[in-house]
Design a protein around this ligand. Structure first.
Ligand code: NAD
Length: 444
């Protein structure tokens, strides 16, 4: 099929490349000419395992990028909207969604053949039918259902493993205003026939995405609250507690050969310095605001958000327990991206932690295996950056481990036998407390 994808961020570019990989002809569209040029040169503007190799194989054959949205829409049978949907401080900001719907509608004016427009961005329930559809009708002068189709296909990929998530999805959710809108999407996903596929209306598809993210955020904040209690109790470590919880048969199953496998959901039942990223923080806030607009208070999700906002400060409290004044103290910030295997800094807990350290006069040396460059744009200018883990920890009095990079598992080996070993504050609980000379961790 001929597909156009609007927006070449994490979702748009990965989706576009993967659609091309399974045989479709794909045109990716972005406002940002520099991104478009980079993609057309076979280079990815974002760090995603396997993506650059895919672009290398497909750009110039079944995949291309352009800034010309109208031409891309007119030359395709289906258009996916994958633009950003940020939180504006009070509500979801649908500005990019509205504008892209308007442009797509204008491009559809006079286009022959049945076209389907699908929202892939995460949008609050009702957006596709009540915002996108009317905008498309207005700008095209055509009627949804009769002249073109409208669908909603939420994306569940995880940054860092986005390509493999997309190529091996756990589910495909296809919303649509009618059977035809869904059926055209089924053709797009024809090569994923083994994947459970749920066809539903647009509002339900939108809600599935929010509930999926909210349950993960809830488990994380719940674990953090339990960890915060453990640290006030003394003599109980939340890591041991959670290991005990994970052994329940609903979190781990016993295979026929007797081996025990832990359910992946257990990884969200683990204490740390809080969740970040481009999805969980903004999506939970947008959903609570959406409920409030309809007169529904959501105290549980509200508490999830507030627990998370307070969590980075726990790292500072652990540090200040040992260094009452941070003035002139050299602190290494280990991990800057919101999670491992990505360079995405959006809403990373490293941001409030770095700001607080600088405000308190600490000398901050930051290190991330791949996000140093992205971090420079958002962290305070006073911070210096190390080129390696060894360099980052060399002169530091304290190490704050913020991101679960597997490279940091080398810390026990690097710190072994050092008489002047720095204090390690483990914000992800990935190092055994006894494995380094001086250790403090969230939830103990
Ligand atoms: P992003 O901010 O990385 O990328 C959005 C891109 O859209 C930008 O490059 C921007 O220039 C472009 N754009 C905006 N308006 C445009 C227009 N009118 N025409 C052409 N291009 C336009 O966003 P993202 O992280 O890829 O997220 C996109 C959506 O997918 C969001 O709703 C997000 O919540 C959702 N989502 C994200 C993830 C994730 O892991 N990042 C996962 C699932 C869903």
């Amino acid at each position: 099929m001929r597909i156009s994808v609007i927006g070449t961020g994490y979702v748009g570019l990965v989706s576009g490349a993967c659609f091309a990989e399974v045989g479709h002809d794909v045109t990716c569209v972005d406002l940002d000419a520099a991104k478009v040029e980079r993609i057309n040169a076979g280079k990815t503007p974002i760090h995603e395992e396997g993506l650059e190799a895919m672009l290398g194989r497909l750009v110039g054959t079944r995949l291309r990028a352009t800034t010309d949205l109208a031409a891309a829409v007119q030359g395709s049978d289906i258009t996916f909207i994958a633009v950003g949907t940020p939180f504006d401080g009070r509500h979801i900001d649908l500005g990019y969604i509205r504008e892209s719907a308007r442009q797509i509608g204008a491009a559809l004016r006079g286009k022959s053949g049945y076209h389907v427009v699908v929202v892939k961005s995460t949008v609050v329930p009702g957006t596709t039918d009540d915002v996108v559809l009317p905008e498309l009708e207005r700008a095209s002068g055509m009627r949804a259902g009769a002249d073109f189709g409208v669908g909603m296909n939420p994306e569940f990929l995880t940054e860092g493993v986005a390509v493999s998530d997309f190529m091996r999805p756990d589910r495909i959710v296809l919303g649509g205003i009618d059977a035809r809108s869904v059926d055209v999407q089924r053709e797009v996903y024809a090569s994923f026939a083994q994947t459970p596929t749920l066809a539903t209306n647009n509002k339900t598809a939108e809600m599935i995405k929010y509930v999926s993210n909210s349950v993960l955020a809830t488990l994380i904040s719940f674990s953090n609250e339990m960890g915060n209690l453990c640290s006030t109790l003394g003599g109980v470590d939340v890591a041991d507690v959670m290991r005990g919880v994970h052994l329940a048969r609903y979190f781990s199953s016993v295979l026929e050969d007797g081996r025990r496998v832990q359910a992946p959901i257990s990884s969200f039942l683990w204490a740390g310095c809080g969740y970040g990223g481009s999805c969980l923080p903004k999506d939970t806030k947008a959903l609570v605001a959406h409920g409030a607009d309809r007169g529904l208070e959501m105290p549980l999700l509200d508490a999830v958000i507030h627990t998370n906002l307070a969590q980075p400060a726990r790292m500072l409290a652990l540090l200040e327990a040992q260094f009452p004044s941070l003035d002139g103290v050299t602190v290494a910030l280990l991990g800057l991206a919101f999670k491992e295997d990505t360079d995405d800094m959006r809403e990373s807990p490293a941001i409030p932690i770095a700001r607080a350290l600088v405000e308190r006069g600490a000398r901050v040396v930051a290190y991330d295996p791949i996000a140093n460059d992205a971090a420079r744009a958002v962290l305070p200018a006073q911070i210096s950056y190390a080129a390696s883990l060894e360099q980052a920890i060399a002169g530091a009095s304290a190490l704050l481990l913020v991101t679960r990079w597997s490279e940091f598992r080398r810390l026990p080996q690097l710190l072994a036998g050092r008489a002047d070993a720095p204090l390690l504050i483990d914000g992800r609980r990935i190092i055994e407390p006894g494995a380094v000379p001086r250790y403090a961790g969230i939830g103990m």
